[in-house]
Design a protein around this ligand. Sequence first.
Ligand code: NI
Length: 182
Amino acid sequence: MPVLEIARMGEPVLERVADEVIDAQDPVIQKLLADMEETMREVGGIGLAAPQVFQPLRIVLFEVPEARGGVAVPLTRLINPVIEPLSEEREEGPEACLSVPGMMGMVERYTRIRYTGLDESGRPIDREAEGFHARVVQHECDHLDGTLYPRRMKNLSKFGFASEMTRRLGLAPKGEESQDSR
Ligand code: NI
């Protein structure tokens, strides 16, 4: 299986609203899911959305390791996701993105959400998430509507190179880009 090229900020595919998946079990979709998983693991990310590999489809993958704080979430393939905030509460936290390599910024996200969609077999997924898990899902699903995290930022003074920002804010980077990937 090939490792796919990652689209970087500025690519039109990252700006558009992605299309609904008609049939999760279509072999083309199954192949894409497998290639996305391999790509995510190869680049050391914890989340990946199909538009980031030049496929404008409503598909995201994520896997939250325990080390990121809170509850570990096993690899989840989420098709046609829908997010509903469970409270108005938001929290600012650090994010990074494979499509904005080397950078990091502080982004406000809902702290508690419910998300629904389909898994790779076309079966429904219906979960509640909080904290970092909720942040990852919101970040990935934003990709499906053409939104990269810098556009969510209220204060661009909290955007910069990950190496500088982690030092300045005393943080470990959190987001789809792992600490050691550049
Ligand atoms: Ni991203």
